[in-house]
Design a protein around this ligand. Structure first.
Ligand code: ATP
Ligand code: MG
Length: 377
């Protein structure tokens, strides 16, 4: 797949901007705070129907304006497609594919698939559990768009359930408990499905990432553990595979075990929204014991594995977004990354200068300069 053109209207610090991506590699160069990451964020939004650095969509609108628009023209399976997002609060955002409105997120997702690699990705190791869940969920949604619908459904059920728990705490109303039982069943069905798909995906990425990690750091063995509120800790490389039925059964047991606590704390305490992922190097917790460089190697291995999985699953090459990461890597890791990308993956790279790039690499790269929300080719 190929992103041919990106048009932004009132998006972040861009009032009106159009960029043609006519080369397989694009380098967006500019000083700090000029709008480099904003370009990548717009591409990311077209592919994930979300951004990794916002709480609310309205943050994306140019200050003082009421709406913003992101439009991308892409080529996929040799067909031209146009994707559009219009954010105009308080109205619901509009998603369009070839000018036709799409109401389901899954009908929009998957048209352009991207993998984003930025400095903040170290949060995958150092951040809070939510950062890791967000990564797992968006990676699965890239190859399996219906997953996002399931996740939205699960979160809706969980919010309803939380409201009942809160009402019950405030009013001690016993009829509310009956309503809670009805929500439990739906929570278990959707939640078990999410855990099942996460474990399946993590198994795939674990085996690829282990190999990549070994190539960069020969003596290091990367492993992952899924920490679930439904299960005991699960070593991802274990042979054991859990069926949806097994997960549902344990979910139900845990939910009834913790019901009293839920009533007191007035929140849902069991389910995929409480789960976490831990990384280990040679058996040692990467959060506590890995150096910054080792943590970067884990993230690099994960991102490149994500790229491999997408290539295999969708039979198309995703777009790779590299936000200022090359300068952060030493020469070995830089070379590994650039070699792994190869010459046939559309890559959009941002950097404050071109000094960290080898002459050979720059030969085939289209360079754009960005200053104060304006792009110069
Ligand atoms: N909603 C918004 N409206 C207007 N400007 C915004 C909005 N959101 C962010 N900005 C501004 O956009 C500018 C560029 O942000 P961006 O993150 O793209 O910078 P950058 O070029 O990647 O810089 P750095 O090299 O520091 O990462 C910032 O100055 C930021 O304040
Ligand atoms: Mg930036």
């Amino acid at each position: 797949m190929f992103l041919n053109n990106l048009q932004l209207t009132n998006f972040r610090n861009y009032r009106d901007c159009s960029i043609d991506f006519d080369s397989i590699k694009t380098l967006v160069v500019g000083e700090n705070a000029q709008g480099k990451t904003n370009i990548l964020e717009a591409v990311y939004y077209l592919s994930h129907n979300d951004s990794y650095r916002i709480q609310k969509d309205s943050e994306l609108i140019l200050w003082g304006e009421s709406f913003c628009k992101i439009k991308g023209d892409i080529t996929k399976y040799e067909m031209d497609l146009s994707l559009e997002v219009i954010i105009n609060p308080p109205s619901k955002k509009i998603l369009k594919v070839n000018d036709i409105k799409k109401t389901k997120s899954s009908d929009f997702l998957g048209n352009i698939v991207s993998v984003n690699f930025c400095v903040d990705d170290l949060l995958l190791i150092r951040g809070v559990p939510q950062d890791r869940r967000k990564w797992i969920d968006s990676s699965i949604s890239s190859i399996y768009p219906a997953y996002k619908d399931r996740l939205d459904k699960y979160n809706k059920i969980r919010n309803h359930r939380n409201n009942i728990l809160k009402d019950n705490k405030a009013n001690s109303n016993s009829s509310l408990i009956k309503t809670l039982d009805a929500f439990d069943e739906q929570l278990i069905i959707t939640g078990s499905n999410i855990i099942y798909l996460r474990l399946k995906y993590l198994k795939e990425i674990d085996s690829i990432a282990k190999e990549k990690h070994k190539i960069i750091a020969e003596s290091e063995n990367l492993s992952m553990v899924y920490q679930s509120s439904v299960f005991e800790d699960i070593d991802i490389s274990d042979d054991k595979n859990f069926s949806i039925e097994e997960i549902s059964k344990r979910f139900e047991e845990k939910l009834s075990e913790r019901k009293q606590e839920e009533l007191i704390r007035a929140q849902t305490l069991v389910g995929p929204h409480r789960d976490d992922l831990k990384f280990f190097i040679n058996g040692f917790d990467a959060l506590s014991f890995a150096s910054q460089g080792q943590q970067r190697t884990i993230v690099l291995s994960l991102k490149l594995s994500e790229l491999d999985i997408i290539k295999e699953k969708i039979d198309e090459k995703p777009v790779l977004l590299l936000d200022d990461v090359l300068a952060e890597l030493d020469k070995t890791r830089q070379n590994f990354l650039l070699k792994s990308i190869g010459s046939d993956i559309q890559t959009i790279i941002t950097s404050v200068d071109i000094l960290s790039f080898e002459k050979e690499f720059l030969k085939d790269v289209k360079i754009y300069k960005v200053k104060d929300g304006k792009i110069d080719g």
